[in-house]
Design a protein around this ligand. Sequence first.
Ligand code: C5P
Length: 232
Amino acid sequence: SRLIALIPAAGSGSRMGNQLPKQYLPLAGKPMIYHALATLCHTPRIDQVCIVLAPDDELWVRYDWSPFLDKLKVLYRGGATRAQSVLYGLSALQSEGAIQDDDWVLVHDAARPCLSSAQLDRLIDALVQDEVGGLLAIPVADTLKRADEKQCVIGTAAREGLWQAQTPQMFRLGLLVAALNKADNTAITDDASAIEALGLSPRLVLADAYNFKVTYPQDLALAELILQQRGA
Ligand code: C5P
């Protein structure tokens, strides 16, 4: 079976407090999405990399994507939520007959630009023989507090057994489309949740902290340092 990557990049990035959607924010001299795209395209085992953009995206065409043209496919199919963007993108590939139900799909957020090839390889190695599929994740390091609306602590959650979910998340196309079709796509924030709702148990593959999600403005500076150190 083949291995396809899909990057949902149809978000507005409102938490960054920026006009430019997060995936296009400048990072190490390139739009943010460039970095994850490069890592996915340069992995020989990945056959195709699909980007899901908002239907009214006008920024994509302003950049040079020529290094990736042999593997890249651009879909203007984004929806109102991440889960919808993933589902619409996968459905488009499915209806084109471009991909089979037992092909693997690696869904990766544009907002995780520091994914390394080594991490990606470990994820694929760990899951390619798996029944269900799974995701990169890292055990929670901080103590977790629950707060009320006045920002006062009302409880401490037991940290044991809690992991932070990252991406890529890797599932077979048929299963993932079925799961996303059934899920409440306004509520879920990752692909694994939809699989879990079917009663299945995705496998966690130990990740590193470099693959963090750029969410707040200060995350950009950190990502820039990491990418520069790698020579991006
Ligand atoms: O905003 P957040 O960091 O959770 O977004 C995660 C990923 O989902 C980003 O790559 C973003 O572009 C994408 N997304 C999307 N369609 C939406 C919302 C988010 O493709 N409607």
